[in-house]
Design a protein around this ligand. Sequence first.
Ligand SMILES: *[C@@H]1O[C@H](CO)[C@@H](O)[C@H](O)[C@H]1NC(C)=O
Ligand SMILES: *[C@@H]1O[C@H](CO)[C@@H](O)[C@H](O)[C@H]1NC(C)=O
Length: 272
Amino acid sequence: MKYFSAFILLAVISYTGSQIIKQELHDDSFKAETNDLRIQGGEKTTIKKFPYMISVHTTNGLRGAAVIINKYWGLTAGIIFYRYMNGTLTFRAGSTQQNRGKILKVDKYFDHPKYSGGWTDDLTIFKFTKPIKISNTMKPISIASSLPKNGTMVTVSGWGDEEWMKENSGTTQLKAVKVKYVHSKTCQPLYQDDIDDGNFCSLTPGRSPCAFDWGAPVMHQQKLIGIYVGGEDCGSITKPPLYLDLTRYRQWILDTIRKNSKSYEIDEINIE
Ligand SMILES: *[C@@H]1O[C@H](CO)[C@@H](O)[C@H](O)[C@H]1NC(C)=O
Ligand SMILES: *[C@@H]1O[C@H](CO)[C@@H](O)[C@H](O)[C@H]1NC(C)=O
């Protein structure tokens, strides 16, 4: 199976040298990615428009994105914590530039119990050591309780890589792109059993989140509807980008937060 997925790509980068990466680039499965590894077709934007964004790094550079959902908690794709050991991740928020944000320390995380490294149930929530200080560059976004109508344009924001294999590109500015949200039922035949009702996709040729946008938020009407989890290609309509539908995971998220918060924290968060 030739998956262009968060899992395989991160595995390749982590465990093989750049020689092998260069060979992989000549394979068909990677061809589309050689053109543009960033959010495709998007525009540069600022953190004030997306103040809930967190960039996730290891010592090797950017790994993905995460989202502030309240002053104590964030969420991201399962792959992020699955792939990297405790202590090796750095979370930054409050800056348009991926590596200039304030570091947010994380002391607990909870993978979705059904997550197993693929695209289904690809979700982790995590708790900050200290509550974040809310400002116009650092602010939570709430999770939507329902999805928009099929075909609605939604917004994805992320940093991605400037270029393939060029990590730690310190001045990388946040980008955002509008993509067409498409119902899970339409995407499932394109990926068969690799996705389920908890995934949706977007069908907008040449516009897409891409490598190292794992965990990037999908927004509609000021609410979070999903996160980017991968796919076999970027900006393709035959192998479209895949997301996790957070409206379906909302209850698990709220239950997990409740179980793992002090009562005064719950009062402050004001979750319903
Ligand atoms: C990482 O490990 C330390 C020490 O064992 C622990 O206190 C902390 O809660 C862990 N953090 C996460 C995110 O698991
Ligand atoms: C959703 O919209 C897409 C693209 O506009 C279309 O191809 C598809 O048939 C629609 N699916 C459903 C379930 O309505």
